[in-house]
Every structure is written in structure tokens, then in C-alpha cells.
Write a protein that binds this ligand. Structure first.
Ligand SMILES: [Zn+2]
Length: 446
């Protein structure tokens, strides 16, 4: 082959290659840009994310603008290094993020625009461009909370209710007591009044700081306190002598059920009373903390029929075996004894949110009565309801028993508000429920 022929072949190959590259590089697929809106922007900066990618030739230029009543401003601009010949490799992560705060911006409607251009040779080498936009709502004013309720009394481990109004929709509102949050609910089926039932946890140190809090959709937070009167109280210390038969029967049987294998009966009892109890409390807290049913309860809560109180709320128990303390626990409910396998009834109307075995509580049912108030029934021999069932006040949930950590047939009954155990005595008192909760929900009393 002559030199000229060789040159011609090389040139032909180069031309074909360039043409092929040109075809590929002239791709007409514009970048893919996705932003979800509307975006609420408050005073505090929040992260805004969107996705932008260009599988064809890679992104060359990405720019983000915010158009407000006062004009347009560029929030973000990125240019890729030279990618004329081969484009740029698209990053594995198409997510883009930046911080945006409403500080210094005019409150009201705005538009967020993303413009993305690729490395394509299309459009006279300008590339393909995608523009996407979403509405932005700038709101830098904190929500206004107007509290309706007057002086509110609350005891340690007791409950209370407060009603209030907000000047706009909230992402989250309720009452904060120390570091605990109790969510708010509509006070009635119609209207803008809100109600929050709250409690002072038994173990909260000192006097609680109580306020109504609200965070709006733009993330602006506000809090407002009102006249509250806190009554402290002490709880009984109760020594409990554990009989020999408890270690001979109850503990080994429960340990076998729970799969606990400890060296001796005392260690086994401790593993159940401390380890299993803590994990059961986590489960209960998870089920009850964000209880979200609207109000089902009406009137006072029912105490188990013909029952004798054998143990009260928040007793600090010291368990003794052969004269020595082997474990401790706080008893967060009432123990009620009637006859063996006595019917256990729903203390008020609600929705069943838990109905299964639960460690020390044995067969256990939890009912959500609305406004964050739940009740728990433990040690049942039989459960007659399922999760999701709506139950009426006094409807049978099952039968009493001695499942879990129980010495004999009885009902362990507890009430929680926002996942915090409270003294059921207040809720068993029809007058207390009427005056302290229902009257406030209706707006009848201050
Ligand atoms: Zn109990």
C-alpha cells in the first residue's frame, strides 16, 4: 500500500470517528431536574434539595434562582470543568442541596427556579437546557399562640388540659413539660380551637416548666406559658417479700417463656424485673407516645367492676428475698383483683392499638381513647379484641389472669398521657374529667 493510500485510510477512520462522536455528542436529551414543592421557608435556614442529572453527556452548568417580589437572585451556580470533547461523568448522586433562610427576604409567595444545561453539541454547541420551578412560601413570622384556659392545676404524675388558638396552620403544636412533648388536637370537630392534654412525669426533677408550643410549616417556633399551679407529691415506698413459691414456679416458667437463661433464680428474677421490664416499657412508650386518635372518651373512666385495689400508682417497690433486697421497680399502675378470670372491660371508648404478649405484662391490651390518652390492661388470661377494633366504654376486652410477672390472678391497669404514666385516680373521677378536660374542650370554662 502506498503512503497516500495509508493516509487516506487514516483520514477516513478519523472522519468516521469524528462523525460518530458528533452524533453521540449532539444528543438531544435535556437534563432531568426534579424539585418538590411548595417549599416553606422560615427565619431559620433549612436545607432545600432537588435532583439534576444528565445521563447523555453530563451536566455543564447548573444555576438556582429565587424570584421574589423584590426581584431575582442567584442562590447557587456550578460550572463543570471543560467537558467539550467527552462530556463529564455524571456523579452517582443526582441530589443537590443548599441552605436557604427567609432572613432578609420579603414574606409572601416566591418561585425557586433551577436551570440545568448539559455538554451536548446540540443547539450550536450551547447544549440542552432544562428549567424547572416550584412555588416557595416565605414566612419569617413565628406563629401566634392565644391561650384560652385560665389557671391550670396539675400534680406530679397528674394530668391537665389546656385550650388555645393559633393564627395559622402548624406543623406541630402542643404542650411542653420539661423535655416532654404532648401533642395538641382539634378541641372540637369544627373550629380552630386546639386542646392538649398533658402530664407532669413522676420522675421530673423540681418544678416543671410548662408552655404551649407551636412550629409553623416554615419552621418558625413559638412558645407561650400561662398560669399553672403545680402540686408536688411523694409516693409510697413498698417492700415486697417474694415467697419461695414465686421463685419455684412463676420465675422459672416466665424465664422459659422469655428465653432467659441465668445461673440462679435471683439473677433470673433480676433479668426479668429489670431487663425485660425496660424493653417492655420501650414498646409501650413507642405505642402510646404519638397516640393520634381524635377524642373517643366521654365521662369518667371505669375502674374494674367489683375490684379490690391491691397496689397503687407509682409505688417504689423494693423486692426482698430472704431478708435482702434483690431488685427494685416503680409500679406505674393499679393492681385490681376481682375473681379469677373476671371480665376486663374497656375503661372508656377508644381504638385498640395493642393486643398481644408483652413480657412482664403477659397478655396485654392498650386502648387509645383520643387526645393522647391511652389505657393499658396487663396479665390477661384471654384477649377478645384485635388491633384496630373500636371499643365502647365497658366493652369486654378479655379476662383477668396471671400471665407475665404476676403472683396471682389480677388486672394491672395503667393510664398514659402522651406516653407518660399518670395516676388513674383523676381519670376514674367523672367530675374531674368533666371539669378539667371536657369543659375545656367545649370552651365552657376558662
Ligand atoms: Zn401491677
Amino acid at each position: 500500500m502506498t503512503v497516500t493510500a495509508r493516509l487516506l485510510i487514516i483520514l477516513a477512520v478519523l472522519a468516521a470517528g469524528t462523525a460518530a462522536l458528533g452524533l453521540v455528542r449532539c444528543e438531544g436529551d435535556a437534563p432531568l431536574v426534579v424539585i418538590d414543592g411548595p417549599i416553606w421557608i422560615g427565619k431559620e435556614a433549612r436545607e432545600v434539595t432537588f435532583s439534576a442529572e444528565d445521563p447523555g453527556s453530563g451536566l455543564r452548568h447548573v444555576q438556582v434562582f429565587l424570584d421574589t417580589a423584590e426581584g431575582s437572585r442567584s442562590l447557587l451556580e456550578t460550572r463543570a470543568e471543560a467537558g467539550w470533547l467527552l462530556g463529564t461523568a455524571d456523579s452517582d448522586d443526582p441530589e443537590w442541596r443548599f441552605q436557604l433562610s427567609g432572613r432578609g427576604l420579603p414574606d409572601g409567595e416566591a418561585t425557586l427556579r433551577v436551570s440545568a444545561t448539559d455538554w451536548s453539541w446540540a443547539h450550536g454547541l450551547e447544549g440542552n437546557t432544562t428549567e424547572a420551578s416550584v412555588p416557595v412560601l416565605i414566612d419569617t413570622k413565628p406563629p401566634r399562640i392565644s391561650i384560652e384556659s385560665g389557671l391550670t392545676y396539675v400534680k406530679r404524675a397528674g394530668s391537665a388540659a389546656v385550650t388555645y388558638r393559633l393564627d395559622g396552620p402548624a406543623a406541630l403544636d402542643g404542650v411542653r413539660v420539661g423535655d416532654r412533648f404532648f401533642r395538641g388536637f382539634p378541641a372540637a370537630e369544627t373550629g380552630k380551637r386546639r386542646i392538649a392534654v398533658f402530664a407532669v412525669p413522676r420522675d421530673l426533677e423540681g418544678s416543671p416548666k410548662i408552655s404551649v408550643v407551636a412550629t409553623d410549616l416554615a419552621g418558625n417556633a413559638a412558645s407561650r406559658s400561662w398560669a399553672t399551679q403545680f402540686q408536688d407529691r411523694e409516693f409510697a415506698q413498698v417492700p415486697i417479700q417474694l415467697p419461695e413459691r414465686f421463685f419455684e414456679n412463676t420465675v422459672p416458667e416466665l424465664a422459659a417463656d422469655l428465653g432467659i437463661d441465668e445461673s440462679d433464680v435471683v439473677a433470673t428474677f433480676r433479668a426479668i424485673n429489670e431487663g425485660v421490664r425496660a424493653s417492655n416499657e420501650e414498646t409501650i412508650s413507642g405505642v402510646t407516645r404519638m397516640a393520634d386518635e381524635p377524642r373517643h372518651f366521654v365521662g369518667g373512666f371505669l375502674q374494674m367492676r367489683n375490684s379490690l385495689v391491691t397496689s397503687r400508682f407509682a409505688e417504689a417497690r423494693s423486692y426482698l428475698y430472704g431478708g435482702t433486697e434483690v431488685s427494685r421497680a416503680t409500679h406505674f399502675g393499679y393492681d385490681l383483683a376481682a375473681t379469677a378470670r373476671a371480665p376486663v372491660e374497656a375503661s372508656n371508648a377508644g381504638r385498640v392499638v395493642f393486643a398481644q404478649e408483652l413480657g412482664i405484662y403477659g397478655r396485654c391490651v392498650i386502648v387509645d381513647h383520643g387526645l393522647g390518652v391511652t389505657s393499658l390492661y396487663g396479665h390477661l388470661s384471654e384477649i377478645d379484641v384485635s388491633v384496630g377494633d373500636i371499643v365502647g366504654r365497658g366493652q369486654t376486652l378479655g379476662r383477668s389472669g396471671a400471665t407475665g410477672l404476676a403472683g396471682g390472678d389480677h388486672l394491672h391497669f395503667a393510664i398514659l398521657v402522651g406516653g407518660v404514666y399518670v395516676d388513674p385516680l383523676e381519670w376514674w373521677d367523672a367530675r374531674w374529667v368533666r371539669d378539667r378536660v371536657e369543659a375545656r374542650a367545649r370552651g365552657a370554662t376558662p
